[in-house]
Design a protein around this ligand. Structure first.
Ligand code: SF4
Length: 121
């Protein structure tokens, strides 16, 4: 069973990308980066904010996630970094390097495929 943790931008989650619904729907439909899980057993076990700018807190946030989920014995088998980081964060290279260095599981750039190409066309 694959267990997915999504890491997103603390400034964007919920207040800008309302309800994080694009990541959730993309996961449920196995679209975008989640296409890789077609035909596989997979669960989403968390949506974690990076810990705010400039991204220094992300490793601590991962450790907090581990502690918080220890009573349920839930751990991710892969981390997906959301488009709010991959496409929009000025600190994304640092963030992704930190996650890759400490996660101990595969780190995938990308989640949902629903970013609009433009606003008014
Ligand atoms: S470090 Fe990047 S991902 Fe985190 S809050 Fe700031 S802009 Fe968002």
């Amino acid at each position: 069973m694959e267990k997915i943790l999504i890491v997103g931008c603390s400034k964007t989650m919920d207040d800008i990308c309302i309800g994080c619904s694009r990541c959730l729907v993309g996961f449920n439909r196995k679209q975008g980066a989640f296409e890789a899980y077609q035909g596989k057993d997979v669960e989403l076990i968390g949506l974690l904010g990076c810990g705010d700018c400039p991204g220094q807190g992300v490793v601590v946030r991962l450790a907090q996630f581990k502690l918080w989920n220890a009573p349920m014995e839930e751990k991710p088998t892969a981390i997906h970094v959301a488009p709010c980081i991959v496409q929009h964060c000025p600190h994304k290279d640092t963030l992704i390097k930190k996650i890759e260095a400490k996660a101990g599981v595969p780190v995938v750039e990308g989640t949902h495929p629903y970013l609009p190409a433009d606003i008014f066309a």
